[in-house]
Design a protein around this ligand. Structure first.
Ligand code: GCO
Length: 459
């Protein structure tokens, strides 16, 4: 559904001039607790790292040292000029043992949130960004009998202690990635492979936990805006004229992109996945906005050798724009046009939309400037077409610990040397700052960075 939001806004003269954004547009950066805080040793990701499962062999270590000094990066966020910052709270710090709450952890989060407010930056808090306490994992994670109740109790505690600082809440980051990488691809804890049915059950269980949290947040803070962050990948049949490629591509799309969206839109999964799990999750309409994390397009070919991924071989052709490569393979095509595909799909929920992550691993800043400019152009035209797009959060502020890739992939607007903790603003950080501070994209910037031709890797 489109809104008439754009009609009420004064974008200024359109001509061949700057692309102006609505005055209340949120320009932000996105982060996650485990990736930036440092010293987290009581969640399932620290156990995964101790078991030697980080592909690069790196240690998270101090990460970006936020637990001691997030304020240093908040100063950089202010220097860039963002008006919002997405961060997550670490459940394993706040409730280190089941039912035991740590007031010192809450106090540190209060300081951090106050520090953001002092810099004129509005926080958006995510309650679960891939990590949870080891005790919760030992009870079966989200497939455990008490998962919803325990997550809701944690949510209530956070709202009670931190609610004064925040109005925008993200319950979960990417239930689809959490399910797929943890149970199908084996790259996230608990590391199972090919367990597609279990991945679907996990996504369903997270929808129930989300719903419990949604209700609790609204009870405690009636004006709250509550959503989740949905990873949206564009899947493209390798050969659109070959029916098996089209079929497998559609199935992966249904499984990955559609599952959680359909639970929020209709309260149930679409066929054939509706055959798994409960028919009604009770989650229909249980969000005030849709958050989209959008990065890539993947090509998909039918391949009998790929049984664990439903016979879909997912790959990135050599000739497309790409950032840096991961330890075992490409991160994905850098595809800002995916924003358009994702927003059009999410619009059918009839809720405001935020791009909660978009970025590229690019230590040398080869294509990040182009990606940012292209993303901003896409968003501007979507808003003009009437889509209710309210904000953009770039992933990420400072290079941070990229899950099983460790320090290998650098997504920051600010470069970080994790040993010395020295920070250097990248050119793309300065470019993003120019856009967000002026709330517009100038024709000069488009002319300078609007084409990937000069800096794309060619395969
Ligand atoms: C994810 C996360 C982030 C990542 C980012 C870059 O999608 O995995 O939300 O934690 O770091 O997307 O891969």
């Amino acid at each position: 559904m489109k809104s008439d939001h754009s009609c009420e806004l004064d974008f200024g003269p359109l001509a061949a001039s700057s692309l102006r954004f609505p005055a209340d547009f949120l320009w932000g950066v996105s982060t996650a607790a485990h990736q930036v805080e440092g010293g987290n040793d009581n969640n399932q990701w620290s156990a995964w790292e101790s078991a030697g499962r980080i592909k690069s062999g790196d240690r998270c270590g101090r990460a970006c040292d936020w637990w001691s000094d997030a304020e240093r990066d908040f100063d950089l966020a202010r220097e860039i000029g963002v008006n919002s910052l997405r961060l997550s709270v670490e459940w394993s710090r706040i409730e280190p043992d089941e039912g035991r709450w740590d007031p010192a952890a809450i106090q540190r989060y209060q300081e951090m949130l106050q520090a953001l407010h002092d810099r004129g930056i509005q926080p958006m808090i995510c309650l679960h960004h891939f990590t949870h306490p080891i005790w919760f994992e030992n009870k079966g994670g989200f497939l455990g009998m008490e998962a919803s109740r325990l997550f809701e109790r944690f949510t209530r505690h956070v709202l009670h202690e931190l609610g004064d600082f925040c109005q925008h809440w993200v319950t979960f980051n990417e239930p689809n990635v959490y399910g797929a990488l943890g149970h199908v691809l084996g790259e996230f804890p608990p590391g199972s492979k090919g367990q597609i049915l279990r991945a679907i059950r996990v996504v369903g269980a997270m929808a129930r936990a989300h719903t419990a949290a949604y209700r609790a947040i609204h009870e405690l803070q009636p004006g709250a805006q509550v959503g989740w962050a949905h990873n949206y990948i564009v899947f493209q049949p390798a050969n659109p004229d070959f029916a098996p490629d089209r079929w497998i591509c559609g199935l992966l799309n249904e499984l990955f992109n559609e599952s959680f969206l359909q639970l929020m839109e209709q309260g149930r999964l679409g066929f054939p996945f509706s055959l798994v799990g409960k028919r009604d999750s009770g989650s229909k309409g249980m969000c005030d906005f849709v958050g989209l994390n959008v990065y890539s397009r993947f090509h998909v070919a039918f391949d009998l050798r790929c049984a664990s991924t439903l016979f879909g071989r997912v790959f990135v052709p050599g000739h497309v724009p790409q950032g840096d490569s991961g330890v075992e393979g490409p991160y994905g095509e850098a595809y800002p046009e995916a924003i358009r595909v994702a927003v059009r799909r999410a619009a059918s929920l009839g809720k405001p939309i935020y791009i909660l992550e978009n970025g590229v691993p690019d230590a040398q800043d080869r294509i990040r400037p182009w990606l940012i400019v292209k993303a901003v152009q896409e968003m501007h035209s979507l808003i003009h077409e009437g889509f209710d797009l309210r904000g953009y959060f770039h992933w990420t502020l400072t290079d941070n610990f990229e899950w099983s890739e460790g320090w290998r992939l650098r997504f920051g607007l600010v470069a970080l040397d994790p040993d010395s903790q020295l920070r250097t603003m990248r050119g793309s950080g300065r470019l993003y700052g120019t856009i967000v501070r002026s709330n517009e994209l100038s024709p000069e910037t488009v002319a300078r960075y609007g084409s990937p031709e000069m800096n794309v890797i060619r395969g």
